[in-house]
Design a protein around this ligand. Structure first.
Ligand code: NAP
Ligand code: MG
Length: 393
């Protein structure tokens, strides 16, 4: 490998799996070249969380990173790890620095069928992770109140618009916003990602009802597509398709999959949970952060699997699913290979994924999958699964 991959280590059970994947599935087969950042909670505390910022800056510089799941501390973790303070979510910090969008992609395997029987290919969902109700101002209001939207522009000019006159009842109001800059970054991340995987891009809002707010999203997407991506999409044989969110939901359910679905913040929050459940298991979901200028960070969508880690610490056997973490590595290796014209590395990434799927299809899997597998299965331990993948590899 010419250029290093930015390697971001993490916490608990996924940290154990991380080291095992490198030892069993990567180092024996490839000259692994990584720039290592330890985002384990102890080291984030020790470095006053500087290590998180350095890791994000390294992804900006080198273009491809792979991240292990990390603990986002709450009050209980502050006590457990004797932390200096309640450090923010590493994913939040990295996302803010890269200005990126998260794409969640299910890993499909024969024997674990989606609950929606016509889905034959993965549906990747992208959530705009800025603004709307997630950064709102809301109030309870009393009967007799009148709510007015007031905007003062840079020159002191005031524009007012009535929201509602609460003559007859108490009620609630909410003010929210988004920025053209954030919407445009989201749009470019989506157009880049879909182009990279050569799949159609769908985008949906409620622009028929929200004729200014949601319509702005539609217009910005359309403008960027026409000016920057149309020709490339035609060349790649893929399309950009806008439709109303209600129509999108109906089409998604009736489709056979194989496209990228971009959603506004709230729609993405809800629909990503719906898709994860319908595709079978959170442990079979990968996640990629893509910045508008084409930097990539791959990870598993699940957390650090704390309950399994406590068992591991007690010396009890564990059967934790490593598939999403393996696919985070294969995703990063493939992208690095593509960027460096390293066909061997791309081929290795493909083989690693095939070996993993083949292992499950042959009936060898961790406990979580054995419960939902359609066929005869043998439940194996965390490490045994990786060794079985290695023998297929
Ligand atoms: P979690 O680690 O995803 O685990 C929740 C439960 O889902 C597990 O207890 C387990 O169920 C099942 N599960 C998840 N991944 C699995 C796997 N790979 N193999 C088998 N079973 C799996 O979520 P959490 O317990 O809510 O959070 C734990 C920690 O992870 C928290 O400190 C949180 O901050 C962090 N977190 C990090 C990220 C990230 O870095 N991207 C994302 C989410 C959460 P059973 O116990 O029933 O077996
Ligand atoms: Mg959600």
């Amino acid at each position: 490998m010419k250029t290093p991959i930015v390697e971001i280590d993490g916490d608990e059970m996924t940290r154990i799996i991380w080291a095992d994947i490198k030892e069993i599935l990567l180092k024996p087969y490839i000259e692994l070249n990584t720039l290592y950042f330890d985002l384990g909670l102890q080291n984030r505390d020790k470095t006053d969380d500087r290590v998180t910022i350095e890791a994000a800056e390294a992804i900006k510089k080198y273009g491809v990173g792979v991240k292990c799941a990390t603990i986002t501390p709450n009050a209980q973790r502050v006590t457990e790890y004797n932390l200096k303070k309640m450090w923010p979510s590493p994913n939040g910090t990295i996302r803010a620095i890269l200005d990126g969008t998260v794409f969640r992609a299910p890993i499909m395997v024969k024997g674990i069928e989606p609950l929606v029987s016509n889905w034959k290919k993965p549906i990747v969902i992208a959530r705009h992770a800025y603004g709307d109700i997630y950064k709102n101002s809301e109030l309870k209001v009393n009967k007799g109140s009148k709510a007015v939207l007031t905007v003062t522009d840079g020159s002191g000019c005031v524009v007012e618009k009535e929201i509602f006159n609460f003559e007859k009842s108490d009620g609630v109001i909410c003010g929210m916003h988004n920025t053209d800059k954030s919407i445009a970054s989201f749009a470019r991340s989506c157009f880049n990602y879909a182009l990279g995987v050569k799949q159609d891009l769908w985008f949906s809002t409620k622009d028929t009802i929200s004729k200014i707010y949601d319509h702005r999203f539609k217009d910005i997407f359309n403008e960027i597509f026409e000016n920057e991506y149309k020709a490339e999409y035609e060349k790649a044989g893929i399309t950009y398709f806008y439709t109303l969110i209600d129509d999108a939901v109906a089409r998604v359910i009736r489709s056979d999959g194989g496209f990228v679905w971009a959603c506004k913040n709230y729609d993405g929050d809800v629909m990503s949970d719906m898709l994860a459940t319908a595709f079978g298991s959170l442990a079979m979901m990968t996640s990629v952060l893509v910045s508008p200028d084409g930097k990539y960070e791959y990870e598993a969508a699940h957390g650090t699997v704390t309950r399994h880690y406590y068992k591991y610490l007690k010396g009890e056997p564990t059967s934790t699913n490593s598939v999403a973490t393996i696919f985070a590595w294969s995703g990063a290796l493939r992208k690095r290979g593509e960027l460096d014209d390293n066909a061997e590395l791309v081929a290795f990434a493909d083989k690693l994924e095939q070996a993993t799927l083949k292992t499950i299809e042959s009936g060898i899997m961790t406990g979580d999958l054995a419960l939902i597998f359609n066929g005869k299965s043998t439940k194996v331990g965390t490490r045994e699964f990786l060794e079985a993948v290695a023998s297929n590899l």
